[in-house]
Design a binder for this molecule. Structure first.
Ligand SMILES: NC(=O)c1ccc[n+]([C@@H]2O[C@H](COP(=O)([O-])OP(=O)(O)OC[C@H]3O[C@@H](n4cnc5c(N)ncnc54)[C@H](OP(=O)(O)O)[C@@H]3O)[C@@H](O)[C@H]2O)c1
Length: 282
């Protein structure tokens, strides 16, 4: 469903995805699948929130029997500010993608993007301790993943259109490991893994990162996903990538951890992965 909250009748035991846009999201399908699998009935639908109405929409939802919510772009930082209590992950990332009402007046915020991405990279064999990772983008989703990548033992460089946004992330996360802003002085470095976290509607320019950073062993992971190859994945294939994956596994795993946060049960993800994943190795 893709309505503004004003048109929406929230039901009991309701869970939602708040975002703008949300029409593309597979989260309702995923959570309906989990609901059947774990045997707990929870209604889950997506709500397109008017850009300036996030706070009112969330208050209204939790006032009328809303129990839990996922939050996607561009509202993760607002969800962080709105939360009454935060898990450690949400506190560190200053970004919330999962909300839970824990009593009448209290919203607990969590962030499951980091564990979702790391679990998927491990599942795909796309990551090892000490890997050098280049991240393209410095938005809310990157904030959610840096703690997990750094504490896993990887070093991270951030390349972003707006240098200042990358710099802010480095200052926020350098207490957890080796993280730097990418600049032209490291143009000869070969990266083990390149992660694209540039938002889906803004197609990356082909020369966004230099081809000199890539070797035949480089893994490419696009946090975006699409029924066919994403623009980024097509471009990686053009430049000779041998290992590519899109973000569908991360989506399923972050959803599984949201389900755990709400219901205390971590669903089995393999049946869904088989249904939704199209490709991994070329
Ligand atoms: N698979 C999953 O489970 C999962 C989970 C989370 C997010 N995601 C996806 O990851 C993407 C990023 O999400 P987000 O929450 O971080 O979004 P966001 O906060 O809006 O950040 C967008 C990032 O993209 C950059 N960007 C936007 N347009 C660009 C352009 N034309 N050229 C170069 N850079 C551009 C922005 O750079 P500036 O700083 O210069 O503005 C910023 O770094 C989204 O597409 C989202 O759907 C997937």
């Amino acid at each position: 469903m893709d309505n503004s909250y004003a048109m929406h009748n929230f039901k009991k035991n309701n869970y939602v995805l708040f975002g703008n846009p949300v029409a593309h999201s597979k989260s309702p399908f995923i959570h309906n699948f989990f609901s059947k699998q774990i045997g707990i009935v929870y209604n889950y639908q997506s709500i397109k929130v008017p850009i300036f109405d996030f706070s009112d929409t969330v208050s209204n939802f939790f006032k009328y029997d809303g129990v839990g919510a996922n939050v996607t772009a561009p509202f993760k930082e607002q969800a962080y500010l709105l939360s009454d209590q935060l898990t450690d992950c949400a506190k560190i990332s200053q970004s919330v993608n999962t909300l839970k009402k824990i009593n009448h007046n209290t919203l607990l915020g969590d962030n499951t993007d980091g564990i979702g991405l790391l679990s998927d990279l491990i599942r795909l064999n796309f990551i090892k301790k000490n890997f050098s990772i280049l991240i393209l983008g410095a938005g809310g989703a990157v904030r959610g993943i840096l703690f997990h990548l750094l504490t896993f033992g990887c070093s991270v460089y951030i390349l972003n259109r707006t240098f200042l946004n990358a710099k802010k992330l480095v200052l926020q996360f350098n207490q957890f490991g080796n993280i730097k802003v990418f600049d032209d002085s490291i143009i000869k470095k070969k990266f083990d893994l390149i992660i694209n976290a540039i938002s889906r509607n803004n197609n990356i320019k082909k020369d966004f990162f230099p081809v000199s950073l890539v070797s035949s062993k480089t893994f490419f992971y696009d946090m975006n996903y699409h029924v066919s190859n994403t623009v980024f994945i097509n471009w990686c294939i053009e430049i000779g990538a041998n290992y590519v994956a899109d973000g569908i596994g991360m989506l399923i795993l972050q959803a599984a951890h949201s389900c755990f946060f709400w219901h205390g049960i971590l669903p089995e993800i393999s049946p869904l992965i088989q249904q939704l994943e199209k490709k991994c190795f070329l």
